[in-house]
Ligand binder design. Structure first.
Ligand SMILES: *Cc1c(COP(=O)(O)O)cnc(C)c1O
Length: 390
């Protein structure tokens, strides 16, 4: 991901400003909400589009003692970039993955089934170093993870045998929620009960995990009984609420980290009845002015928000007029004539009156996770407040 050290005033087409002070404050707020647990900052998918390495560093500065990624490549990148004095875990493996590199880089690797256990044991034997293995239980998500019953018994037994042979350490027992963002959903209590049973089974068999964990952001924010030894927070680290039904970021003491803005590329006067953008889905209702915002779906601005996406242009709330194209979209400025180069803010924390990522999620019929994660590599990330305040 581009990490452009552009000054604030640079005349960029578009930028995603990443406020690392907000990120650090979010990590501290989350640690205060889960005082008995360690905190893993989940930095998969380039830190949900915010830039993995700078965000990981800032999270560690603020007290995260674990980093989490989906793929081993993402985790290895963190080690290569110098994130060494922190536990790093990755959970999305496929056969033939870089197990040996992971073992040598002291990563915690997740194992959900026998094929993965076999591959990590072989890698540890070659490396001559024991692997750090976390066994994942499927307590009801129905995605990755080992099924309870015979499958879990077999996985635990084989892991213990490899541990006795000095080939691995079972460092964690863990699982993931399906519906933690829906308070009161019956699956939450059911998953928690099954998790306790699967952990108890493994511990009675002789597993001595360093960490047991199941909580993602929504569980961290609203279900203290799920915190165990470690909470895995992703979206909340970036100051976004997992779901508007749970509350706003401010309700949890969180502040959005990313502000996406662009420079207005053209302002022009047009007559009434003028079609705007592909398909002419917007036709000017009368004489007006149009502003051209030079970002589009190639930059991750969702085309589904055509006709609905909100933008603050020169201080006023506007709506995308017509279709969002690959590289640009248009807003009806209602006769106003802001200067070209004026700031168009697509989303940010909201305190200057600008929309939020959640507003874009609603406009596009998706979740705010997807809005920030999909911001494309053509948009430079501009880091502000990098220094740790004294
Ligand atoms: C992405 C992910 C998380 C973080 O989820 P958030 O809702 O963003 O906090 C935690 N655990 C696993 C396994 C994940 O894949």
């Amino acid at each position: 991901m581009s990490e452009t050290p552009a000054p604030r005033s640079a005349p960029l087409r578009a930028r995603a400003e990443i406020d690392l002070a907000a990120l650090r404050a979010n990590v501290r707020a989350l640690r205060a909400l889960a005082p008995g647990a360690a905190l893993m900052a989940v930095v998969k998918s380039d830190a949900y589009g915010h830039g993995a390495v700078p965000c990981a560093r800032a999270a560690v500065e603020a007290g995260a003692t674990w980093l989490g990624t989906a793929t081993p490549e993402e985790a290895l990148e963190l080690r290569r970039e110098g994130l060494r004095d922190v536990r790093v875990m990755c959970w999305l493996w496929t056969p033939g993955g870089p197990w040996r590199e992971a073992v040598e880089a002291d990563l915690d690797v997740s194992v959900s089934g026998m094929w993965a256990l076999d591959e990590v044991v072989a890698a540890a034997r070659e490396a001559g170093v024991p692997a750090r293995v976390q066994l994942k239980a499927d307590t009801g998500l129905g995605r990755n993870g080992c099924q309870p019953g015979d499958d879990w018994a077999e996985l635990v037994a084989h892991a213990l045998r490899a541990e006795e042979a000095g080939l691995l350490r079972v460092t964690g027992l863990w699982s993931h929620f399906a519906c933690a963002d829906e308070p009161g959903h019956p699956s939450i209590a059911a998953q928690l009960t099954l998790f306790r049973e699967m952990v108890a089974y493994a511990e009675e068999a002789g597993v001595r995990p360093e960490v047991r964990h199941i909580a993602n952001s929504p569980a961290t924010l609203t279900l203290p009984e799920t915190h165990f030894d470690l909470v895995r927070t992703g979206v909340a680290v970036y100051g976004i609420s997992p779901s508007p039904e749970l509350g706003s970021p401010a309700d949890f003491g969180l502040r959005p980290v990313m502000t996406l803005s662009a420079s207005v590329a053209l302002v022009k006067r047009v007559p009434g009845g003028h079609g705007v953008s592909y398909g002419h889905h917007y036709v000017t209702p009368g004489e007006t002015t149009l502003g051209l915002v030079p970002v589009g779906y190639a930059d991750g601005v969702p085309r589904h928000a055509s006709g609905t996406g909100p933008v603050l242009v020169a201080g006023k709330w506007r709506t995308v007029a017509g279709r969002i194209a690959m590289d640009q979209f248009v807003v009806d400025l209602g006769g106003d004539e802001p200067e070209t180069g004026s700031e168009a803010i697509l989303f940010g924390p909201g305190d200057r009156g600008e929309p939020t990522a959640e507003d874009w999620a609603q406009a596009a019929g998706t979740i705010a996770y997807e809005i920030v994660t999909r911001i494309g590599s053509r948009i430079p990330r501009v880091y502000v407040n990098e220094g740790q305040p004294g």
